[in-house]
Design a protein around this ligand. Structure first.
Ligand code: BES
Ligand code: MN
Ligand code: ZN
Length: 507
């Protein structure tokens, strides 16, 4: 799908040739006060006066081959208060309504002055609503939409917003693709191949470790999980070099359980298929690297993906087994279904070697997080307040929301055991928090955050499929970090005289 930007007022949109034109109409007050003379402007005014067009986000009024309008279809879409969030809802509804029709060229325009945030929300929502998974279909009916034209008053002013959101879309769609693939089409080795392909993009390098290297390193917790499967594990290391070699990187760690049966502590059959999504953290890391290659922010990023299956077998780990992690800490595996934290703890210890400025792990870690927060916000745990604030802000700006959860030490009580340094599970109560407390034991050497995306990474039921979250959040976080370390140079350089004066004062 191809996104283009064009300077286009609503009055001129009458003449825009396309298969469908979506016009976003905000609540009264958001409109231009000047009464328009164009066909669309008149239609808009009349339908609002008649009460046939409601401006609540999600409300639509559709037209077909309307005289005086070049677009074959027109969808007038209520955009509520015109906030980025309501624009996302409005565009989502409009694109979904067009899904059955043969729309190859889509044009979007605004009955108000859009901000950069409006454009970004709209572009991401168009992509999200028109996405179709095809990889394992014998007669793929892919996305019909080929070209999207975004009409804004001043195209030059929105250029960066379009470029950034198009890059985010490429990353989100790569994450969706890998997450949606069934486990036999997304094995640890196949994920490694996907990472290797990313390694060919500018500024990106990739290293893959296999069972031999991981054994040699001493990742006893990761190895324990992989033992029950015939599919060999992979430990994927991605580097994005956007800043000087001396700059400490941000490390992203994605849980890559390509299928989670629960192991010997096996899961019940209903909905077990959804455990193919247990590598959504890994998929989000791949998606982020895909987008970084386009965005080229001035920051260094390392991506780590421990990838394996969690299966029951004659060689599988058993409840009560004790293993030694890469950190040296011994772990009693009381429940083999709490495998995510086992693969992540060794990746966290591996991250120490990069002397990172921050480490963020991303994992479909607990059913308890789904109960706590549902599908709206990801659970966010952080040992560092600045990191927590930065991730919250990135969640808001990208509309890929998260919510900070507690890490009080009392939550770790249940992880105590007589037989090892720590157990891999506590009781049922506060399951998302106790999982985070387990991970925190392996992250003492850096600023650390954990995103539990069990509720947000995919949708169940009729709309079953990956969401691509939290690629949007992570990209906004990394770009904000890059701006922090490399502040934007002001356009106008200070006058020489003024500079001289400050120098003298400072001396
Ligand atoms: N991958 C699951 C978490 C999960 C379950 C995500 C359902 C989304 C929906 C994870 O490996 C797991 O099985 N966690 C257990 C932990 C428990 C044994 C302490 C869980 O949440 O039940
Ligand atoms: Mn599990
Ligand atoms: Zn799992």
């Amino acid at each position: 799908m191809n996104f283009e930007l064009k300077s286009l007022e609503l009055a001129k949109a009458d003449h825009e040739r396309c298969d469908a034109l979506i016009v976003l109409v905000p609540d009264a007050g958001g409109h231009k006060t000047r009464p328009g003379t164009g066909v669309l402007e008149r239609l808009l005014a009349e339908s609002l006066t008649a009460g046939d067009l409601e401006t609540k986000a999600g409300k639509l009024l559709s037209l077909y081959r309307h005289p005086g309008v070049a677009a074959t279809r027109v969808v007038l879409a209520g955009a509520g208060d015109a906030s980025a969030r309501q624009i996302r809802a409005a565009v989502g509804a409009a694109v979904s309504a067009l899904k059955g029709s043969n729309v190859k060229r889509l044009c979007l325009c605004f009955a108000f002055t859009p901000t950069e945030a409006s454009v970004q929300a709209a572009v991401k929502a168009i992509a999200d609503a028109s996405y179709i998974y095809t990889t394992t279909k014998s007669k793929p009916e892919g996305r019909k939409l080929q070209k999207v034209l975004v009409g804004v008053p001043d195209a030059g002013a929105m250029d960066q917003a379009l470029v950034r959101s198009a890059a985010a879309v490429a990353g989100i769609e790569l994450a969706k693709e890998w997450a949606n693939r069934p486990a036999n089409h997304a094995t640890p080795a196949m994920l490694a191949d996907a990472a290797r392909a990313l390694g060919k993009l500018p500024r990106i390098r990739c290293e893959i470790l296999g069972p031999r290297e991981v054994t040699k390193l001493g990742m006893g917790a990761f190895l324990a999980v992989a033992k029950g499967s015939e599919e060999p594990l992979r430990f994927i290391v991605l580097h994005y070099d956007g800043a000087s070699r001396a700059a400490a990187p941000v490390v992203l760690i994605g849980k890559g359980i390509t299928f989670d049966t629960g192991g010997i502590s096996i899961k019940p059959a209903p909905e077990m298929d959804e455990m193919k999504f247990d590598m959504c953290g890994a998929a989000s890391v791949l998606g982020v690297f895909r987008a970084l290659a386009d965005l080229k922010p001035a920051i260094n990023v390392v991506g780590l993906i421990p990838a394996c299956e969690n299966l029951p077998d004659g060689r599988a780990i058993k409840p009560g087994d004790v293993v030694t992690s890469l950190s040296g800490q011994t772990i009693e595996i009381l429940n083999t279904d709490a495998e995510g934290r086992l693969v992540l703890c060794d990746a966290l210890t591996y991250a120490e070697r990069f002397k990172p400025r921050a480490v963020v792990d991303i994992a479909t870690l607990t059913g308890a997080c789904v109960i706590a927060l549902g599908g709206v916000r990801s659970g966010m745990f952080a040992s560092d307040d600045d990191l927590a604030d930065d991730l919250s802000a990135a969640g808001e700006s990208s509309l890929d929301l998260c919510w900070r959860m507690p890490l009080d030490d009392e939550y770790a009580e249940g992880l105590k055991t007589h037989f090892a340094d720590v157990a891999n599970v506590a009781g049922r109560a506060g399951g998302a928090v106790t999982a985070a407390k387990f991970l925190q034991r392996f992250s003492a050497k850096f600023a650390w955050a954990h995103l539990d995306i069990a509720g947000t990474a995919w949708k169940s039921g009729a709309a079953k499929g990956a969401t691509g979250r939290p690629v949007g959040l992570l990209l906004d976080y990394l770009q904000a970090q890059a701006r922090k370390t490399m502040p934007v140079v002001p356009k106008k350089a200070p006058r020489a005289a003024a500079v001289r004066k400050t120098v003298r004062k400072a001396a």
